[in-house]
Design a binder for this molecule. Structure first.
Ligand SMILES: [Zn+2]
Ligand SMILES: [Zn+2]
Ligand SMILES: [Zn+2]
Length: 274
């Protein structure tokens, strides 16, 4: 019995190249479409082949097709979703489950109480609930979701909470554990320990260093810096892989900096057996 986790996207919410951006990294990626990156997302394949996606991004249609394909499913589809928070890169794709596209039937969507309230209180999301296209299931931080042989634990992550709180995910398979934290303003000590102890840690690598955005923006949009995380997690037990990469990140430059051993940038198509 094995659980698999597939990486379906690796960019910050705005994708790469970034909408409306003329920076050197984005221009380079427009000229070389192989460099494009979809918005951060992972898919979990359970022991009997059931599929769960963590987040529904603006790239949902392509990610659903790739996920179903990677899992060997003939008809693209998903059996459940977990939503981490209500920033646009993480839930807009939910609209694809509605009648204008998939006309899904009661697909379970696991999320926190604040995320649930947000979806119930705002259109078009409330339409999906009223039409039974999705079925919201409350998943409190700290609770464990049993999904087809995988134990999925969620935990609160400190992150700008204009509309909802934010969760990270820990997936336990029979042999190994994977942590997924796409968005965190900081890694507090307990979260840092979780990252150090995981066999695989996919962590927020939005920005490479403090100087890559104007000072005011870096203060407003907080994320840990890759250059600092590689020092902080030098003693991690497993692989530390950066995800949720912003278009401004030096790792997306035509000649990116090299990361020390044990660290790398996530790639679409990465797959981990747990
Ligand atoms: Zn994000
Ligand atoms: Zn750019
Ligand atoms: Zn966010």
């Amino acid at each position: 019995m094995t659980i698999h986790v597939h990486v379906l996207g690796t960019a910050q919410d705005g994708g790469f190249p970034h909408a409306g951006c003329g920076c050197a990294h984005c221009e380079h990626a427009r000229e070389n479409p192989l460099l494009r990156r979809r918005v951060s997302c992972i898919g979990i394949v359970g022991a009997t082949g059931r599929l769960l996606m963590v987040d529904a991004t603006p790239d949902f249609a392509a990610q659903l097709a790739e996920f179903s394909n990677a899992a060997g499913r003939e008809q693209p589809g998903v059996d459940a979703l977990i939503l981490t928070h209500a920033h646009m890169g993480h839930y807009l794709g939910l609209a694809m489950l509605g009648k204008e596209a998939m006309s899904a039937q009661r697909v379970p969507v696991h999320c926190t109480r604040s995320m649930r309230r947000f979806l119930e209180a705002n259109r078009p999301w409330s339409h999906l609930i009223e039409r039974d296209e999705i079925a919201i299931e409350t998943l409190d931080p700290g609770e464990t979701l049993q999904f087809d042989g995988a134990e999925i634990r969620t935990f609160l992550t400190p992150h700008r909470g204009e509309d909802t709180d934010t969760i990270g995910i820990e997936v336990h398979g029979p042999k190994r554990t994977l942590v997924y934290v796409s968005d965190a303003d900081v890694f507090p000590p307990a979260l840092a320990d979780r990252i150090r102890e995981a066999d695989v840690a996919l962590i927020d690598g939005t920005f490479y260093a403090r100087d890559e955005l104007p000072h005011r923006e870096i203060l407003e949009v907080k994320h840990p810096f890759v250059a600092e995380s590689v020092e902080r997690f030098a003693d991690a037990r497993g692989e530390v892989i950066f995800i949720h990469i912003n278009h401004s990140n030096a790792l997306l430059a035509p000649e990116p900096p090299t990361l020390p051993g044990g660290f790398r940038v996530a790639a679409e198509g990465d797959s981990f057996a747990l």
